[in-house]
Each structure stands twice: as C-alpha cells, then as structure tokens.
Design a protein around this ligand. Structure first.
Ligand SMILES: [Zn+2]
Length: 223
C-alpha cells in the first residue's frame, strides 16, 4: 500500500520550492520602503475605511507570513513584519488580506463554498488517509469509502481556495493602484510577492489531488 508514495514526490518538491520562493520574495521586497510610507496596518485601515468596513479590526499577529482575514471575528490579522513595516511587500500583503474582507462583504461565491467546506475538509485532510489505511488493514471497504469521501472534501477545499486567493490578490492590486498606496514601479514588486504566495496554494492543491489519486489507486488495487 506504500507503492504510490512516488506520486507525492513532484508535489512535495513543488511545495518546498513554492515555500522557499514566497519567503525569498517577501524578504527581498520587505526591504524596499514604499514612497507613500504606508505601513501594512495603514494600508489595510485605509482600504477598509474607504469601503465603510470601520468595524473590522486590524491586529498585529505573531509569526511570519501568518497574515489572514478571520470572517467570524471580523479581524484582519497582520504578521509583525507586515503590520508595522512600510515596505512594498507589507502593503501588498495587507491589501490582499483586506481583499478577503471585501469578498466577505460581497458574499463572494467561492469564499462561501470555502467556508462551508472548512470543518469537513479539516477532518478529511487529517483523518481521511488514516481511515482508508484502517479500512485496508482490517478489510473493511466502508472505511475506505468514507476516508476517500472525506479526503475529496479536502481536495475541493484546496481547489476552491485558488479562485479565492487569486481574486483577493487581484482586488489588492487594484486597490493599491487606485488608492495610490503604491506607485506604478512599486506595484510590480507587490505583485511578485502576491504571485509567489498564490503559487504555494497551487502547490498545496496539487499535493492534495495527488494524495487523493494515491488513495483511490490503493483502494482499487486491493480488489
Ligand atoms: Zn489570502
């Protein structure tokens, strides 16, 4: 049942490369100060206020590249290197996270699907493969099926994450330009950071698809 691990190798390499690229790109452009002098927090506040989202708080979060928007708490969490830095990378990431807040306000379809899938996808991505293996070891087909169905929910989650992330970055670039937070020559740098981040989601989706394929092949092979 471990023969299909080779399926994971390209996805694993791609993930590692994508992770290295996002930290490399972020650290490169976090050294370049924007001409406007906007920090990540100022960027997010400006965009949120402009869109009458005054009630959404911006919080400095611990860690690196831990930035996110929490729709339940209505909070934009910005990691320390983004929150207080006035680099082009910081403005890019902050605008991206507010892009998620705007998606939430607009009831953006893929975001709703993604939120709906979160609980089942969490279980599926963690427990799914183990449930399949349990079913294989004890020869209980029903567990194999359940494991695969749960993991399929996780795959759908990773796939629907792609339009959500790309759309947030697209909104971010438009906002940074129209609000004149970044100037034309700086926009390219912010875009590079957001593209590198997007690639990590593509790698994660690919790796999930490969795992599903591996589970399906394992289960077919036993028959
Ligand atoms: Zn995002």
């Amino acid at each position: 049942m471990f023969y299909y691990y080779w399926l994971m190798i390209p996805a694993l390499l791609l993930s590692m490369w994508a992770q290295a690229r996002v930290s490399g790109t972020f650290s490169k452009y976090s050294k370049i100060r924007s001409k406007s002098g906007y920090t990540g927090a100022m960027t997010a506040r400006e965009i949120l206020d402009e869109n009458d989202l005054h009630d959404i708080d911006i919080i400095a979060a611990k860690g690196k590249l831990t930035d996110n928007y929490n729709p339940k708490k209505r909070v934009v969490n910005l990691s320390e290197p983004v929150h207080s830095s006035s680099s082009v990378a910081a403005s890019g990431v902050a605008a991206h996270e507010t892009g998620h807040a705007l998606q939430d306000r607009d009831d953006y379809g893929p975001l709703k699907v993604r939120s709906f899938l979160v609980p089942i996808a969490n279980i599926g991505s963690m427990a799914g493969p183990y449930i399949v293996i349990f079913g294989l070891i004890f020869g209980m087909g029903i567990f194999i099926e359940i494991g695969i169905v749960l993991f399929t929910a996780a795959v759908l989650f990773y796939l629907v994450t792609l339009p959500v992330e790309l759309n947030a970055s697209k909104r971010a670039m438009e906002l940074l330009e129209t609000k004149r937070i970044l100037e034309r020559d700086e926009l390219g740098a912010a875009k590079k950071v957001l593209n590198a981040a997007a690639f990590t989601y593509i790698a994660a989706a690919l790796s999930a698809v490969m795992t599903l394929l591996r589970l399906v092949l394992i289960s077919r092979n036993r028959r």
